[in-house]
Design a protein around this ligand. Structure first.
Ligand code: NAD
Ligand code: MG
Length: 396
């Protein structure tokens, strides 16, 4: 069997590192074509030494020089590139079979879209791509015959619980509802009047998952679940009323599909992203991921609660943006990215996140999704407004 040639976008991040851990276990199946990161040169260099990719990509010329020097000194043949164009090249190169889309945020949109337009197998962790440009992206996937495999644990679980031909429509397949589980994050039971004082450290201390900082804050505000509702809508052509959020603090059931005969098919496992990553890498086969077997006796009980829209206003904001359509989700996403960065920078209190997003939403009208240029323009304008609110008006 010829090994699968892979490009990893976001190689130095939490998903990137877990992907390489699965790849490491199967050297005969996978070959790393390109490792792409932003600014962590040392970490990327270590990965280059181990996986010997043909290419490595970093943010700018200066970092590329540094990495290049390190690679040459170590006798590596890895060619170093930089910038957005290089990312798109790495995800669409003819040698590439599959692309792990694991950049965080809007920065991943263009390279992931390039992979779709080149008809690649896309393993999608970067949910912001679908939130920003769901229609455009799904259209590119269909038009260019790309294969889209969800890596986000919930969507991977749903994918596993759906029939293979789900694209003919959920109702036609007998699906009544998608049950999208959520841990509820670290503040599920925190006193409401203490929420505004929480620190970035507390927000990033997720009870079950170890993840990048942005998605950790999104989990704490539950914006992550809001983004995931939008993600599920596009991946499975599911109307919002067919998606039920189920708060399940143990994160053992990663999501489920309810059928009209009363069956509920759930995917379960330990909360370790290597399971959905391995599933996407080997699909339709199954391979060892390094994840420990699930011990149901140790878990003993599973709890479920309805989502709390009052405690987590981000949920409502996401449903509203999805209902409004067009560029509204791109605006939501951009305002959220700015708000989360400001919170991590201690410039915005935790509850300032939904307040800021709502203000941006009320300030800026959404238009039709249209072209990539329309989406990028809405993203840029929403960021400008959000940033202005934070710096000039001391928004809090
Ligand atoms: P992370 O912050 O740990 O890593 C992000 C990666 O993206 C890094 O390699 C970084 O170098 C790269 N990057 C950041 N900005 C970039 C830019 N402008 N250009 C090029 N590269 C850039 O994030 P993560 O937790 O690995 O999450 C990645 C994506 O996967 C996110 O969209 C997140 O929502 C999604 N996801 C993550 C998890 C998880 O468990 N970590 C689970 C589900 C979904
Ligand atoms: Mg998820």
């Amino acid at each position: 069997m010829k090994p699968q040639n892979i490009t990893i976008l976001g190689a130095t991040g939490s998903i990137g590192v877990s992907t390489l851990d699965v790849v490491r276990r199967h050297p005969e199946r996978y070959r790393v074509f390109a490792l792409c990161a932003h600014s962590q040169v040392e970490k990327l260099f270590d990965q280059c030494q181990e996986f010997r990719p043909s290419f490595a990509v970093v943010r700018d010329a200066l970092l590329a020089d540094q990495l290049s020097t390190l690679c040459r000194a170590a006798g590596l043949k890895t060619e170093v590139r930089f910038g957005l164009e290089a990312l798109a090249e790495m995800s669409s190169a003819p040698e590439v079979d599959s692309v792990m889309a694991a950049i965080v945020g809007a920065a991943g949109l263009e390279p992931t879209l390039a992979a779709a337009r080149a008809g690649k197998k896309i393993m999608l962790a970067n949910k912001e791509v679908l939130v920003m440009a769901g229609e455009l992206f799904m259209h590119a996937v269909r038009e260019h015959g790309a294969t889209l495999l969800p890596v986000d644990s919930e969507h991977n679980a749903i994918f596993q619980a759906l029939p293979a031909d789900f694209s003919r429509g959920l109702s036609a397949c007998g699906v009544r509802r998608i049950l999208l589980t959520a841990s509820g994050g670290p503040f599920r039971t925190k006193a409401l009047d203490e929420l505004d004082q929480v620190t970035p450290e507390a927000a990033c201390a997720h009870p079950n998952w170890v993840m990048g900082r942005k998605i950790s804050v999104d989990s704490a505000s539950m914006m992550n679940k809001g983004l995931e509702v939008i993600e599920a809508h596009w991946l499975f052509a599911a109307p919002p009323e067919q998606i039920q959020i189920v708060v399940h603090p143990q994160s053992v059931i990663h999501s489920a599909v309810e059928y009209n005969d009363g069956s509920v098919l759930a995917q379960m496992g330990n909360p370790d992203m290597r399971t959905p990553i391995a599933y996407a890498l080997a699909y339709p086969q199954r391979i060892d991921s390094g994840v420990e077997a699930l011990d149901l006796f140790k878990i003993a009980r599973l709890d479920f609660y309805p989502p709390d829209f009052e405690r987590f206003p981000c949920l409502r904001l996401a449903y509203d943006a999805l209902g409004q359509g067009g560029t509204a989700p791109a605006i939501l996403n951009a305002a959220n990215e700015v708000a989360v960065a400001a919170f991590l920078d201690r410039q915005l209190p935790f509850l300032g996140i939904p307040r800021l997003i709502e203000t941006v939403h009320n300030t800026m009208p959404a238009g039709p999704e249209g072209s990539l240029a329309d989406v990028l323009a809405a993203d840029a304008e929403a960021r400008r407004i959000a940033q202005h609110l934070i710096t000039d008006q001391r928004f809090a």
